[in-house]
Design a protein around this ligand. Structure first.
Ligand SMILES: [Zn+2]
Length: 193
């Protein structure tokens, strides 16, 4: 059985028993014509003997006996799986970017909370906490993200505990009511001492 080489791969020539072109000693010449886009009729007219018809050549081509098709399909498959891989990779990176941003917001919120800018800070912290909750699954698969989030939660709880004695009672109560309405935020609220 014959072989052909594309790049570094050696392929076996498909040889289909019923196909006259596959069995013909003129196969290489026929295939050279097909690859060049010569018509079936013109290929047959250019052959030294009358053993093949234009119909034989057409069937050889249409049934995919041309060895190049294997290579074309295999390259297309590789391209598609590479593209799918890049797409997944981009999606994962975007999610991780969002999470990093959420962590940064929670941390910045804690800083600003400490410096007395209480209300705008809480709004950002709420949004960040919600985002972190939404990515529960991603976090559980990545230890570094889970640790970062736990640290941020601990920091925020700690800061709130420190802030409480510094805040006016009315402000603290208002904050408490807002937090009470949100299941996620309740986790941040320092337990009564
Ligand atoms: Zn064939």
């Amino acid at each position: 059985m014959g072989t052909y080489t594309i790049g570094e791969r050696v392929h076996r020539l498909p040889r289909i028993a019923q196909c006259r072109v596959c069995r013909s000693h003129l196969r290489a010449q026929v295939e050279a014509g097909l690859v060049d886009g010569v018509s079936y009729r013109a290929i047959v007219d250019g052959l030294p003997d009358g053993t093949l018809s234009a119909r034989n050549v057409g069937e050889h081509f249409k049934r995919g006996h041309l060895p190049v098709e294997d290579e074309v399909h295999s390259r297309l498959r590789k391209d598609r799986s590479r593209q799918a891989g890049q797409l997944i990779q981009r999606g994962v990176e975007r999610k991780i970017d969002e999470l990093s941003l959420a962590h940064a917001v929670v941390e910045r919120a804690a800083d600003r909370l400490a410096s007395g800018e209480l209300e705008p800070t809480m709004r950002e912290a709420i949004a960040a906490a919600r985002l972190l909750e939404r990515y529960d699954r991603v976090r559980s698969e990545r230890d570094d993200l889970r640790r970062g989030r736990d640290d941020a939660q601990r920091a925020l709880s700690g800061i709130l505990s420190l802030a409480k004695p510094l805040m006016a009672v009315e402000s603290w109560s208002r904050l408490g009511r807002q937090v009470e309405e949100d299941a996620v935020l309740r986790a941040f609220w320092p337990s009564p001492t």
